[in-house]
Design a protein around this ligand. Sequence first.
Ligand code: NAD
Ligand code: TDX
Length: 326
Amino acid sequence: MTGGAGFIGSHYVRRLLGPKGPGDVSITVLDLLTYAGNPANLDEVRDHPGFSFVHGDICDAELVGKLMVEHDQVVHFAAESHVDRSIDGGAEFVRTNVVGTHTLVEAAHCAGDRTLVHVSTDEVYGSIDTGSWPETHPLAPNSPYSAAKASSDLLALSYHRTHGLDVRVTRCSNNYGHHHFPEKLIPLFVTNLLDGKKVPLYGDGGNVRDWLHIDDHVQGIELVRTKGRAGEVYNIGGGTELSNKELTGLLLEACGADWETSVEYVEDRKGHDRRYSVDCTKIREELGYAPRKDFREGLAETVQWYRDNRAWWEPVDKGTASRRVV
Ligand code: NAD
Ligand code: TDX
């Protein structure tokens, strides 16, 4: 697993090695521990006999080649993942998301007979005002982040078409849950509100996202790993569509804050995608996927986790997002 010390990757490891996991897996996490990677996210599994950790870079071809020989499957989460950072500078996004993904698929091809699940995003499709994208929709990414992710999807799929490598791509909507780095909307707003600070709402607050709990994303990835088909793309989503304004209202309520004193409208994100929406018919009908987590319940649990785990987020530099308050 690459990127297993991050938000979603660490949840996937904890799930697979936990009591509800398949029981017959051992996992090596390869993670560079960038600002977004936190070793504490893996504390729960550190002593599990099936767990090992390698501190390293997915762009390091020698290291990746050596590890690939020792493993039969790769679940690839590692990426630079924050849109605002990619607007401030895209170089790291091209390096990790594009060059890093190429390094992995090339090593998998050389090792032979490997399965690689490439974890991608709905943002590769662009922005959609009404309706939802099926997997066949053309890619039209708008930010350096989503353009780098789209490039990585195409590279990964090219190794299936050219070399027959067993590559499977997932494209998921916005995730929420515990251990989410507080530069993204939900954890940034919750941690600011718990500290009595303001929250920066971009533009008119009318942008819409489909929020999916990490349990449901992990469920979808696991279905694709165990039952998916080589060379196929699977959308994952079907959570709860909300405008940023609506979501902010729910977060204020959960944190006991009010709009007038806590919300600051700030300059819009450049190239801000208006709405994302994936059509999940394929994964539902082919693999039996269905999101299970009720949004209000999941959000309440998430807010409670941030209340209970200040030691996890207080030392963190919230980065670019919090600097956008005007
Ligand atoms: P994250 O930023 O929390 O974690 C990324 C992890 O990758 C970190 O542990 C980091 O240290 C590691 N990493 C970065 N560069 C690396 C490198 N060169 N070599 C090895 N490790 C490196 O990200 P996340 O939110 O957990 O997202 C995981 C994946 O899921 C990403 O590919 C992202 O594009 C995708 N995704 C995320 C969401 C979301 O809402 N967060 C939604 C859909 C898809
Ligand atoms: O301070 C903020 N104020 C604000 O209004 C931040 C950080 C965000 N926003 C808006 C921008 C978006 O419309 O909230 C929405 C959500 O923003 P993010 O949490 O940054 O997520 P998004 O840009 O939608 O991308 C996320 O989902 C898809 C992840 O970061 C990506 O990694 C994933 O691919």
